[in-house]
Design a protein around this ligand. Structure first.
Ligand SMILES: Cc1ncc(COP(=O)(O)O)c(C=O)c1O
Length: 418
């Protein structure tokens, strides 16, 4: 996208220019934004609200309300139980998985949309542990994660270790003796993008297989999982994909593993002949064996609409705007003397910018009172999500001005000065 003179994001320690940033730069960037019109395709109940939380809960596509109404009125109310066959409800997790696959650079038949991300992590950690070790023999039931990993990933690994008489290792420096790694592609606090290909290889060389969590990557980065040699991945659809609160997550399994995998939750939706009734469990071929119970059709409908919105807007343009708008946010934060806790290299940064401040809790609360919605993550991070389809450059500018004003009310030691 065209880039009017951005304040530079250089690599010196003190980035502050001491100048209040010029709002007209943001206005020019919005005018040149090829995705600008997409904001109008979302519900904007309160035009004065500055919503920088699309990386936690994406906004509501207007098309989703229509899609939900259609599925409820025509399919549920109208076609009732025949919808399981007539309206593709039985296979909806796989149909939508095929649609989502294009955003992952993945082939059809490798993605299923179902359940929560946490359930998907639990399933794939077990799948990974049951895969034979590279050098033959059983894989050690040792699961590793970074100490800073998102809590649900750590908890799921601990739960799996407990069930399988295994152990967890907090720290990824030494992977000797590790069977499985669970790891986020984009760090939920700093937005730092991990070098997936290099880290997958490092784990493989140590004899471990990695389950990648793409929750903060999908819908904002232009992904190509096969090119990154990803074997197993999970993610959610309610952040940058705007799939709605509690929308189902997804699981990805690389084709070369399809026939080897055994997942721990056996149920009739994962069964080859679901309606034979008296047969023994015989998992269906391919990614379908990740399914287990009746899928939530309404949640899937909203997720499908969010995914379709992203596909239609184009993930290339979305990823480019994510880099540009986060770069702009960092430049403004620098100019205001705020402490940026996200990578300065755009290629290493996801779709949010973290600002570090000792008084983050108060600032978060007071921003909300001013109609500026951001996230706060302990201990001292304010997370500004810049969702390319809905966030304007002026939103970033205005939010950071509010934030800097509130931060100035705090002395350097974190106590409130005025
Ligand atoms: C990295 C990561 N993994 C998982 C989750 C959430 O998992 P679930 O969808 O099961 O609540 C989040 C939620 O923010 C997340 O940031």
């Amino acid at each position: 996208m065209a880039s009017p003179d951005l304040p530079s994001t250089n690599h010196d320690t003190d980035h502050s220019t001491g100048h209040a940033p010029d709002r007209s730069v943001a206005e020019q960037l919005d005018a040149a934004d090829v995705l600008a019109e997409w904001r109008e395709r979302f519900v904007l109940r309160n035009p004065g609200l500055i919503y920088l939380d699309g990386n936690s809960l994406g906004m509501t596509p207007i098309a989703t309300i229509d899609a939900m109404r259609r599925v409820i009125e025509e399919q549920w109310a109208g076609d009732l139980i025949t919808s399981w066959w007539e309206n593709d409800w039985l296979d909806l997790p796989l149909t939508i998985g095929n649609e989502l696959a294009s955003l992952l650079g993945a082939a059809e038949g490798t993605v299923a949309v179902h359940d929560s991300t946490t359930v998907g992590i639990f399933q794939l950690l077990n799948v990974a542990l049951d895969l034979p070790a590279a050098r033959g023999g059983p894989r050690p039931p040792v699961l590793a994660f970074a100490p800073s990993e998102f809590p649900t990933d750590r908890y799921a690994a601990e739960g799996v270790a407990r069930l399988r008489n295994g152990a967890v290792r907090s720290g990824l420096d030494n992977l000797d003796g590790v069977g499985v790694v669970i790891r986020s592609m984009v760090d939920y606090r700093s937005a730092e993008i991990c070098d997936v290909a290099a880290e997958t290889k490092r784990a493989n060389d140590a004899g471990a297989i990695t389950v990648w969590d793409l929750s903060h990557a999908v819908g904002v980065l232009d992904l190509d999982l096969p090119a990154l040699d990803v074997d197993l991945a999970v993610g959610c659809t309610y952040k940058f994909l705007n799939g709605g609160p509690g929308a189902p997550g997804f699981t990805y399994v690389a084709p070369h593993l399809h026939h080897d995998i055994t997942q721990p939750i056996w149920g009739w939706f994962g069964q080859t002949d679901q309606f034979a009734m008296d047969n023994a469990f015989d998992p269906r071929p391919g990614i379908g064996r990740l399914l287990h119970g009746t899928p939530g059709i309404l949640g899937l409908t909203a997720a499908r609409s969010g995914i379709a919105t992203t596909i239609e807007a184009g993930i290339g343009a979305i990823a480019a705007k994510a880099q540009a708008i986060t770069q702009y946010g960092i430049a403004v934060a620098d100019a205001l003397g705020l402490t940026v806790a996200s990578p300065r290299d755009a290629a290493r940064r996801g779709g949010h910018v973290a600002i570090r401040h000792t008084d983050a809790v108060r600032i978060h609360r007071e921003l909300e009172a001013r109609g500026v919605i951001v996230d706060q993550r302990d201990p001292d991070i304010l997370r500004l999500g810049m969702s390319p389809l809905t966030t304007r450059f002026v939103d970033v500018h205005d939010a950071l001005l509010h934030l800097a004003e509130l931060a100035e009310m705090t002395a350097g030691d974190g106590t409130t000065a005025s």
